[in-house]
Design a protein around this ligand. Structure first.
Ligand code: KG4
Ligand code: ZN
Length: 364
């Protein structure tokens, strides 16, 4: 392995969906730049992402975002030690833009190229320091394993018991929709626009979380079960609205109550599984909440409350900045660093829309 006089500096590229992001991260923690441009708001008209439209924006944004990241970090490509890029899963057209850019940079500048599974990026996001903190020596200490991590985004809902960056047990996954998808589909039913998660969360803030008794998913499942299911909640929301004469028959306050109760049901299902996992693994030193849904204020609030009820709770760690919750390249650069230091850099980098996590993480 190459020896560096300073911490290895990785340029990360993330283009798996509708965010074009480039970051420069040193030693897996110090963020010199994390620049993200999103085409998200453009997809509001279609209430969802059109893959071709997202890929066209990726093409347009890629080089300006790369330039902006290098300028922000005050470095040139000659100061970079390796390139890390999200190789999957995601939208193939979007992924190809990032992978082609990363491969070109790696070849032209003779740098190692590290392909990253998107979820490994989210799992690494809690190691990132705030962009204002440039000195790791005086910064907060890095997370300690074993870590219990709930990774909740628009594409996955995974509960992990992690013994290292690239090793651990996958305790539970969603059987149907992801938690973020439940927010997005709920927002469509409530006509709250796109992206749905933040919109539903904002709208719910004026509502009563206990107004509607939504069902508890997988209620009959034994306590050992750590899987998730959200599609029943979405159906219950549809019937709740239908039984009340449709959305237009409700007052604004009633709509807010429905939104708050729906959000509450999603959050409580997530918390129930965290609680079960902590009972199974009380030795977990830290509990991490990552992915787009980790930005949700109610989920954070309920999590703090739940941990305060435990006799010896683990340390709760959230991504240090909101920008590290949703898709960003800093987490990809961090993941690249950890794969490198664990000696697990994949030999080939290829855009793969259906990439499997067990190709990079030992799941036992
Ligand atoms: O991690 P992410 O940016 O992209 C994926 O990997 O999917 O997560 C995006 C998801 C979307 O479903 C979005 O609605 C949800 O995260 N999300 C939220 C919030 N912010 C983003 N869900 C609930 N509350 C939020 N504040
Ligand atoms: Zn993501």
């Amino acid at each position: 392995m190459t020896c560096y006089t300073r911490h290895m500096r990785i340029l990360g590229i993330e283009t798996s969906c509708d965010e074009t992001s480039v970051a420069i991260v040193e030693g897996g923690r110090t963020v010199l730049a994390n620049v993200t441009q999103s085409s998200c708001l453009e997809h509001a008209a279609t209430r969802g992402i059109l893959p071709e439209a997202a890929a066209r924006r990726q093409l347009e944004f890629m080089l300006p975002v790369l330039d902006a990241a290098l300028r922000t970090a005050s470095v040139t490509l000659a100061d970079i030690d390796a390139i890390a890029v999200t190789s999957g899963p995601g939208l193939i057209g979007s992924l190809l833009v990032g992978v082609a850019t990363a491969r070109t940079l790696a070849v032209v500048h003779n740098l190692p190229l590290i392909g990253i599974h998107h979820t490994l990026g989210h799992l690494s996001s809690t190691w990132l320091l705030p962009t204002s903190e440039r000195s790791p020596a005086t910064s907060s200490s890095p997370p300690q394993f074993p870590v219990l991590t709930l990774s909740v985004s628009g594409g996955h809902t995974d509960l992990w018991y992690r013994t290292g960056h690239t090793s651990g047990l996958l305790l539970g996954q969603t059987l149907d929709d992801a938690a973020g998808e439940a927010f997005d589909k709920g927002a469509v039913l409530l006509d709250l626009g796109f992206p749905g998660g933040p919109a539903l969360s904002r709208f719910a803030s004026g509502g009563a979380p206990s107004a509607i008794p939504f069902p508890r998913p997988l209620l009959g499942a034994p306590r050992e079960n750590l899987d998730f299911s959200f599609s029943g909640l979405k159906t219950a929301l549809r019937y709740t609205l239908r039984d009340r004469g449709g959305l237009s028959s409700l007052t604004e306050q009633q709509r807010r109550d429905v939104a708050a109760s729906y959000q509450e049901a999603i959050c409580r299902h997530l918390l129930d599984r965290i609680d079960r996992a902590l009972d199974r693994h009380p030795e977990s030193v830290e509990l991490h909440l990552v992915g787009g849904v980790s930005a949700n204020h109610r989920l954070r609030e309920l999590l703090h409350e739940a941990l305060s009820r435990r006799s010896s709770p683990p340390l709760l760690r959230l991504p240090a900045e909101m920008a590290y919750c949703t898709d960003n390249a800093a987490m990809i650069a961090a993941a690249g660093y950890f794969l490198w230091t664990d000696g697990k850099v994949p030999s080939a980098v290829k855009a793969d829309a259906g990439a499997r996590l067990d190709t990079v993480v030992t799941i036992s």
